[in-house]
Design a binder for this molecule. Structure first.
Ligand code: URA
Length: 303
């Protein structure tokens, strides 16, 4: 990103670290931000707009980060390159109960223009699963092959690992609310069962949903599963190893960052399992759950 944008990014990060989630911007500021984004993405100045650009009223910190580190991954040379100018538009849920409000978000997500217009996400929308009144909300990065097939987050191998972790904590999966930052499986050329990480543009486009879901569910704690989810929620570039081990905040709610269950599936080292487990013990502690001696000792070296 150009050095011109650096002070702005620092200023927004500073506001965010003080708990501010929105800033008001006027039309001039909007055009400047749009120009930054287009230059970062294409390396060229934008073409003069035919009509006033439709841009969000309040850029989120994640969108500012995206402007700082845009890594567009076009699938083919001719795949559409759209700037997600509406990516920070907030969504409005209708309904009286939490379940009705989540259903209203789900209905809007399927045809969400900022995500669909990127042209890099597959068609099937996978929203969330579980209890909209949950104390524990788990957030992953994006659906994969199994999740797309069953239209439910975390139902493949990583999901089975997650279920095992929840069971070890004494928590029933159905009592939690499980969602992903990105609501569609990221597309790849000649894709079969292979999955890829969502890009910053894909995450920024879907961020309004996770923000709205957190507002509605209002859980006591959020568990960010893996670096991608944590970086999007916390607008950080830090690796999981640096973010885990403490509580962060998202919209005033404590966030515990931990390893993605698929990392644990691929890394059988007991020391890594213990780190994830220690994150879960902290969550149990925060929730005032009883912790047995047996639970306390999981994955500790045998003496
Ligand atoms: N990985 C994720 O991050 N989310 C899913 O839903 C499945 C696997």
């Amino acid at each position: 990103m150009s050095s011109i944008a650096e002070p702005l990014i620092k200023y927004l990060e500073n506001l965010q670290s003080q708990g501010q989630t929105h800033v008001n911007i006027d039309d001039d500021a909007r055009s400047i931000l749009r120009e930054f984004f287009i230059r970062a993405k294409t390396g060229k100045p934008s073409k003069p707009a035919k009509s006033p650009a439709k841009t969000p009223a309040a850029p989120s910190a994640a969108a500012a980060k995206q402007a700082k580190d845009p890594t567009p991954q076009p699938l083919t040379d001719d795949s559409p390159v759209e700037t997600p100018t509406e990516s920070t538009t907030s969504v409005t849920a209708t309904g009286n109960t939490k379940a009705e409000k989540i259903a209203s978000l789900k209905k809007q997500a399927g045809s969400w223009a900022p995500a669909r217009s990127l042209g890099t996400l597959r068609q099937t929308m996978v929203f969330s699963t579980g209890n909209p009144d949950a104390d524990v909300m788990l957030v992953g990065e994006a659906p994969g092959f199994d999740e797309e097939r069953l239209m439910e987050p975390f139902v493949g191998k990583a999901g089975q690992k997650l279920d095992g972790i929840l069971t070890a904590m004494g928590i029933d999966r159905k009592s939690t609310y499980i969602s992903n930052i990105v609501k569609f499986r990221p597309q790849m050329p000649n894709q079969t069962t292979n999955n890829r990480k969502p890009t910053p543009a894909e995450m920024a486009a879907c961020m309004p949903f996770i923000q709205a879901e957190v507002d509605i569910v209002a859980p006591k704690v959020i568990i960010a599963l893996g670096g991608t989810a944590a970086q999007a929620l916390l607008a950080s570039n830090d690796p999981v190893a640096k973010m885990r081990g403490q509580f962060h905040q998202f919209a005033g709610i404590p966030v515990r960052v931990t390893y993605h269950p698929s990392y644990i599936l691929h890394n059988e080292a007991t020391s890594e399992k213990r780190k994830l487990w220690e994150d879960m013990l902290s969550v149990m502690d925060l929730l005032g759950m009883p912790i047995s001696d047996k639970q306390q000792a999981y994955f500790l070296p045998k003496s």
